[in-house]
Design a protein around this ligand. Structure first.
Ligand code: THU
Length: 130
């Protein structure tokens, strides 16, 4: 298991790579897989705005594209006093690919909070309905 501080550091480091010229809102994510490997992501905006991809989904899609399928937890870093939670689209994707994992929210001041996905995203729609 990756020490939680290492996961938080990876999310903070990924945040530095955020491409957010429109919102200026930089976000980093670090996703730990079942072997302890960490997959990082940052938000990537574009001129249409709507095609923006959040840090969490970048991290998940990077991992999926490398054949990884089982995940333990994800850290999300942003520069807000009120800790930034994943958006609705990211909650759906985190749920579908990671299930009821821990989500560790952190800011630049060292504040953090850990929430389980089942609490962050109650009554999800998923493959069980199809
Ligand atoms: N954003 C993320 O990357 N993750 C979140 O959890 C919240 C929002 C990004 C999307 C957009 O680039 C910027 O933050 C402002 O919404």
């Amino acid at each position: 298991m990756t020490p939680v501080n290492d996961l938080v550091s990876a999310a903070l480091a990924a945040r530095q790579h955020a491409h957010a010229p429109f919102s200026k809102f930089l976000v980093g994510a670090a996703l730990e897989d079942s072997s302890g490997r960490v997959h990082s992501g940052c938000n990537v905006e574009n001129a249409t705005y709507g095609l923006t991809v959040c840090a969490e989904r970048v991290a998940i899609f990077k991992a999926i594209s490398e054949g990884v399928r089982v995940f333990r937890r994800i850290a999300v870093a942003a520069d807000t006093d009120n800790l930034t939670p994943p958006c609705g689209a990211c909650r759906q994707i985190i749920w579908e690919f990671c299930g009821d994992i821990e989500v560790i929210l952190v800011n630049l001041g060292g504040k953090s909070e850990t929430i389980r996905m089942k609490d962050l995203f109650p009554r999800p729609f998923d493959v069980s309905y199809l």
